[in-house]
Design a protein around this ligand. Sequence first.
Ligand code: GLC
Length: 820
Amino acid sequence: MESQNDKKEEIGDLIEKEQEIQHLNNPVDISIKPIVKQYLGAVKKVKKEGNRFYFSDGDARVEIRVVSDDIIRVRLAPHGVFLDDFSYAVPEVDQKVSVFKMQEHDDHYTVSTHAVTCKIEKANFHISFHDNITNLVMVDEPNSMHWEENVDFGGYYIFATKKCHPEENFFGLGDKSGNFNLRGRRFVNWNTDAYSYGWNQDPLYRTIPFYIGLHNQAAYGIFFDNTFKSYFDFGSEDVNKTSFWSDGGELQYYYIHGPHMMDVVKRYASLTGTHPMPPKWTLGYQQCRWSYYPESKVRDIAKNFRDRKIPCDAIYLDIDYMDGYRCFTWNKKYFSDPRKMIKDLSDDGFKTVVMIDPGIKVDDDYWVFKEGKEKRFFCRRSDDYYMEGHVWPGRCQFPDFTNPKVRAWWGNLYKEFVDMGVAGFWNDMNEPAVFGSGTFPNDVRHNYDGYRGSHRKAHNVYGMQMVRSTYEGLKKLMRNKRPFTITRAGYAGMQRFASVWTGDNIATWEHLKIGNIQCQRLSVSGVPFCGTDIGGFSGEPDGELFTRWIQLGTFSPFMRAHSAGDTAEREPWSFGEFFEDINRKFIELRYRLMPYLYSVFWEHHRYGFPILRPLVMLEQENISNSFRQDEFTYGDKLLICPVLEQGAISRKVYLPKGSWYNFWTNEVLIGENEYTVEAKIDSMPIFVRAGSVIPEYPVMQYVDEKAITEVALNIYHSDYEVNSYMYEDHGDTFAYEQDIYLEKRFTVKGDNSQLKVIQRSDGLYTPNYELYACNVAGLKFQVKKIIVDNKEIKEFFTDDKHILHFKCNKNFTEIQISSL
Ligand code: GLC
């Protein structure tokens, strides 16, 4: 057997060029040491502890942990001692497992569940994962797991290399610009304030070290739960290899089984959590700018929305509302009576959302700074000096949000604002961003919930812990009403605490494309509630670009227009009446579809489905779909084909399997085909899956403006059976956690002479309305009779667009429409 020394491969020529140069320039520097890569030897010992199996080469140990039937975690301890098992991303590792077992074979061991087998080869420690029914899914390259000691900070640089199959493709990683398919690229995760980023620029604001591999029509996922600066290479350096590595921490990853991409995404959500149900108003249109001030400007914006009858639910106050950019204060010159303004806005249906940054001004007369200083809550350097840096207020110190006491303190700072009626909070600059240096130096110390570490370890979670503190504080302060938070930076699992926007984009057609892909990517990476700065943050859109962005934004889970202060005004009416009318039409559409959007959110929250679903996820057997990256479905019923080209009046669309109704004309088109469809500026191609039931509300100027007296059910005939879901609840409480909600399932099936709609309900919530107004499209026969629960409905008519209209009680169980 190899000894530890045999394993240590001295690689003299791996002294990096940079170090050589440094050495020549500075001959007295004796800190240069050769990099020593260390590899696992042969398996010598095996031990079982519950659902954990330990394999050792005599020194290093590998833990294989059966997390669920479909998820297996792998960890490496280079010298046999694992780090404490703590993760900000995964609150609880173990899930339900039905049966699992370990077996020894001649040259390998297997650990298997009913779905997956993990094989560990005795001679070289290679690990592979196999689908129990079909075949090999993922396999190590020789010497896959290895490490190098970090002499400066302690710990290790850690590496894993897997085989990259010739036809394999990759998706995920959350916050990346560029093509949806990641094959052929290398990425780094280090949360960065990436003002005006470009196509393929990397890294950006968030770190989600999770990817989906797809080959042989089977998908699997890898979640490399490591908060240090991490890297992924998808066949870029070597077409035959996929690698991931990190500057520190533990080599720890979850293998997540498919075989469908949807399975992988849902299982990733079972590990890192889903987004709680948001306050319903947050699905409305939101208007932001850096900054709306003084108060008269804010009121003027609000008045314009109502006068022009453009629905809007929220107005944002960016940093200028503060006194010298001091968080939790007001600039009394601009806002003399904020409580009154917020109340008046609220009476008119507007929620006020304000910005809160992490940089706290160094000022002994400022209560937040004084408290933080007294409590010793600000971050400090390795030799105990405070971490200081310049941000908006000038010289600042920064709370250590990885300390639970700091989080509790910070969460409570929102009290006065909550009491005043502020409805949402926007946490920005939390990469953390520092002017000049970019971010904190590596030696800054963090509490890390007791599992201490340097900024190298805490950098990527800083923003997530900030917004977590905000969310948890608000939840208490709002007495269990749903908080609304939005964050710029984050780490895997951030969706449990916040919505996100894609940061400082640019008003260009290219950015419209980047944002479209970015939101889909965030969506399959576990972050559902995302959107772009509609219109672009920097630069100037023309009316056409702004309107196309509003159209895309209508189908972004988070819909907010935002722009930098040095740009021209950027409201839906800023480009003249022609564009204003189209913008209104689409924002109204958003409000009409509110019950659908809300129900899709529930499907995410409850079951882990992504809100936006890229085409390749719908038909993963057709890999060319991964290049058709500009279309997606919202939920699984609406196919959205945004127009991303200047001057376009039509566009090519690909329709996936099944039949699809053109949302505007009700024309039925057959899937697995490409079509060229009209897309003039006042329109954007949208298709509805045949068999869908899409609920609609009447247009309102803000969510819950009026009591709903009836809900429209748009029913689309289908020859095959299709289920649709509608979810309803109070809209702003957590009562849904106690089953106070209503989940309805509609099943539609028809043929050439009849159509049946069956309704089933689950849950304890009772909505106030009594009626459904049914609008049925695509009937292939002349309607003679409509029976609802054995009673004939006499009042119905078919309009000139061949839509059948009738009303019925919301509690129906079966509708039968027939030609007889
Ligand atoms: C950052 C944010 C931007 C905000 C600005 C001023 O650039 O990304 O959204 O408007 O700061 O607060």
